[in-house]
Design a protein around this ligand. Structure first.
Ligand code: GRF
Length: 207
């Protein structure tokens, strides 16, 4: 399968996917990253793609008069690489109608909380502030809501007393360790086995 990965920041989830393809070979893993897109330039995630010799593109919201035009540009830039799956890994923008019309049902997102708890851009901090004893990460398909699509897999991470001390930075790192493994496993399985989405359930193709 052809993967386009969308990033905004450090790109450690992207790096985990790149390392999985390297370790297993694209054939055995079932997928390879054909391009990396970002909503801003100069991020570590883009640098990781460049180091791996993978094409990149940047679609910045502020370069477009409207959000709809940005969404159309992101769709066109992604489409150019003919992806089988789009992986949003730390991509901090909400894709629009056009993007979902083109890639709906094939966009996987990873979120650093146990959805439906703590959606949005501060999932780690919100779980900590709420006093949750466990939190974690969720890999899900993107639908037209925010962090609301069908859940594919989740991983649980304990919240520790000392997590209060650094506003959740250490907690987010612990979550990211689980998240990277979960994302690599899910993407490989979806690519190799195929899948179908039935309402809120995700099943293997012929399962
Ligand atoms: C991940 O925890 C992702 O769930 C969240 O931001 C983080 C991105 O990390 N949205 P990275 O850019 O993959 O290192």
């Amino acid at each position: 399968a052809r993967l386009v990965v969308l990033v905004s920041g450090s790109g450690t989830n992207l790096q985990a996917l790149l390392d999985a393809v390297d370790a297993h070979g694209a054939q055995a893993y079932g997928a390879r990253v054909v391009a990396v897109g970002a909503d801003r330039s100069g991020t570590e995630g883009l640098a990781r793609a460049e180091r791996a010799g993978i094409p990149t593109f940047v679609c910045r919201l502020r370069d477009h008069a409207t959000r709809a035009e940005w969404d159309a540009a992101l769709t066109a830039a992604t489409e150019a690489y003919d992806p089988d799956l789009v992986v949003s890994a730390g991509f901090m923008k909400i894709v629009g109608e056009r993007f979902l019309a083109r890639f709906g049902g094939r966009v996987v997102n990873t979120h650093p909380a146990l959805l439906p708890s703590f959606p949005g851009t501060h999932g780690v901090r919100d779980a900590l502030a709420y006093g949750a004893k466990v939190t974690g990460c969720t890999v899900h398909f993107v639908d037209d809501g925010v962090d609301t699509g069908p859940i594919i897999a989740q991983g649980v991470v304990e919240v520790l007393d000392e997590d209060e001390a650094d506003a959740g930075a250490a907690l987010h790192e612990r979550i990211k360790e689980v998240e990277r493994r979960l994302l690599v496993d899910v993407v490989g399985r979806l690519a190799r086995d195929g899948y179908r989405i039935e309402g809120r359930k995700v099943r293997p193709q012929d399962g």
